[in-house]
Write a protein of this length. Structure first.
Length: 196
């Protein structure tokens, strides 16, 4: 397999402790680097940035300097992996704020003719979304129809041209135990090795 450029976006908003999202991302990174892929990591919780508050600011304001390296890493990557816990049925607000900031006009998409969203700026990249949750993954997928993950895939990643997008849903995290965590870490290591 041809080595890939991979950026891991750690979307857990708690930087004060290591969580399952961090362990899964670390296992993925180890698998990827052991297979010869180049890996960069963006830890959203470690970046201090303001949230966007208007369309004008999003369209014409400057990207905060602290987010420039993250945006450059996304531009560099061929494969993007997002890790986050499901909070109140969706991604944490900090991760959503991060995505709103970095997916700016001129980077994530550009004007084409009279269409302000005419050309997707991040085509040629694939992604994986890894979500941890307290409920069983089957309940989230079938009863709730994985609505927030589908929205992320369609309205953010797909909107800027990232495809295909695969998902990994890790449910019932409180009941996993050491054995369950080890199995998920092994799966992430294997996915990292094949840049999947």
């Amino acid at each position: 397999m041809t080595p890939q450029r991979i950026v891991l976006i750690q979307g857990h908003p708690d930087a004060s402790a290591s969580h399952l999202c961090h362990a899964l991302a670390q296992a993925y990174a180890q698998g990827a680097t052991s297979a010869g892929h180049a890996v960069r990591v963006v830890d959203v919780a470690a970046i201090d940035f303001a949230l966007l508050r208007s369309q004008h600011e999003w369209e014409l304001g400057l990207l905060p300097a602290r987010l420039k390296p993250a945006q450059e890493d996304i531009g560099w990557a061929q494969h993007i992996v997002l890790f986050f816990p499901l909070w109140l049925g969706d991604m944490p607000a900090l991760l959503k704020g991060f995505l709103e900031q970095v997916a700016r006009p001129g980077f994530a998409f550009t004007t084409e003719g009279s269409n302000p969203f005419g050309r997707k700026g991040l085509t040629g990249r694939s992604a994986r979304v890894v979500v941890t949750m307290g409920m069983p993954a089957l309940v989230y997928r079938w009863y709730f129809r994985a609505h927030s993950v589908k929205s992320l895939e369609r309205n953010i990643l797909g909107f800027v041209g990232i495809a295909p997008v695969h998902e990994t849903l890790v449910g019932s995290v409180e009941q996993l135990g050491d054995g369950g965590v080890a199995k998920w870490k092994a799966r992430m290591h294997a996915l990292g090795a094949k840049a999947g």
